[in-house]
Design a protein around this ligand. Structure first.
Ligand code: PEP
Ligand code: MN
Length: 362
């Protein structure tokens, strides 16, 4: 089989219902998706058949029966390719039996290396294409580890899927996008196709256009979007699913990019950014030297390293300067939290300077 996810300049589109709910529903959404102009590009139809539910009592998917419907639809539409979530080795075995083209390891499973290991033993030496969603927590190493386990099982058609993270404050999203985490994954695994699932990030279909555009702007290699033939009646994730027509409308308004040789103006601006960064880093070094001298003065005066009142004043002042300079104060706050924690670390690690008497000196 060709590599499903390495599709050069054409981002792959994965679309389909959150859950497969009925033969007719799957038939309708498959036929509508295959009739879209977007079906000319790499397209994979998704449909959950084993649904991880946070609370008991909801719709948990139809299992093997739904896989049979996918297999039947493939006879009707020979170009259709299907994928679903797997969370157990038995799921992988059933997907292989019914000729499913690709599977994904869901967010709840990625965070559990034991489960990922068991799934990988079932995947070993198969030709299934495999996607790995990010774990629920923003831990890039757990995500990386699951991808490595899949690679070690001999799977070559593999992609990472960013679906946001559960954080204390989800910033108005169902799952906080924390774009810096997939950006870090891309840095660690530059050749790994990285897809975005805006549906589970947004949790609300009105957020999808903006999230899909951001994913393209950030150079994601494809999108996984939940599409239902009648979203208002969906048994799971009704608020975030789109109709096939809505998907088409959004996709046709997105601005896609290409990646040419950078023009000279961009090269010059990048030189400026690099020079500014070098200055910033040198200044941070000077700031840390001052922090070490502060550590000496605090030690001489028997003062604790962390001074909550001073820290509050520093933070408020920096945020005020930021606001006056037209910079987002929350951005400056998050930078200063990092600077301050390094300053505390350095002060705690700072040996008493030569001018200070050690306790053993007379
Ligand atoms: C899904 O895609 O249907 C799903 C349950 O996703 P996640 O693992 O991202 O929550
Ligand atoms: Mn869903």
């Amino acid at each position: 089989m060709d590599n499903l996810f390495k599709t050069k300049d054409t981002p792959i589109l994965i679309a389909g219902p959150c859950s497969v709910e009925s033969r007719e529903g799957l038939q309708k959404v498959t036929a509508s998706l295959l009739a879209l102009p977007e079906a000319q590009r790499p397209l994979l139809i998704r449909g959950g058949v084993w649904k991880p539910r946070t609370r008991p009592g909801g719709f948990e998917g139809l299992g093997e029966e739904a896989l049979q419907w996918m297999a039947d639809l493939r006879k009707e539409h020979p170009t259709a390719r299907f994928c679903c979530e797997v969370a157990r080795p038995s799921h992988v075995e059933l997907c292989l039996r019914y000729g499913v083209d690709a599977v994904w390891i869901g967010s709840r499973t990625t965070g559990d290396p034991f489960s990922v290991g068991e799934i990988c033993r079932a995947l070993d030496s198969t030709t299934l294409a495999v996607m790995v969603k990010n774990p629920l927590t923003p831990d890039v190493n757990l995500w990386l580890g699951a991808l490595e386990r899949v690679q070690q099982a001999g799977i070559t058609d593999i992609a990472a899927v960013h679906r946001g993270f559960f954080t204390y404050n989800n910033m108005g999203y169902r799952n906080n996008p924390l774009w810096e985490v997939p950006i870090e994954l891309k840095r660690l695994l530059p050749d790994m196709p990285l897809l975005c699932d805006p549906s589970h990030i947004g949790g609300d279909r009105t957020l999808l256009p903006q999230l899909m555009q951001t994913a393209l702007d950030l150079h994601f290699d494809g999108l996984m979007v939940e599409v239902h033939h009648d979203p208002s009646q969906a048994l799971t994730d009704a608020a975030q699913q789109l109709t096939p027509d809505e998907l088409h409308t959004i996709l046709s308004t997105l601005h896609s990019h290409h990646d040419p040789e950078p023009p000279d103006t961009l090269k010059l601006l990048r030189q400026q950014i690099d020079a500014i960064d070098a200055q910033l880093i040198r200044l941070l070094g000077e700031r840390l030297d001052v922090a070490r001298r502060i550590a000496d003065v605090k030690a001489e005066n028997n003062m604790p390293v962390f001074q909550p009142k001073r820290w509050e004043e520093v933070l408020q002042r920096k945020m005020q300067i930021a606001a006056e300079a037209g910079i987002n104060p929350q951005f400056i706050k998050s930078i200063y939290e990092k600077i301050h924690s390094e300053s505390i670390r350095v002060q705690l690690a700072s040996p008493p300077s030569a001018t200070q008497k050690s306790p053993t000196d007379d």
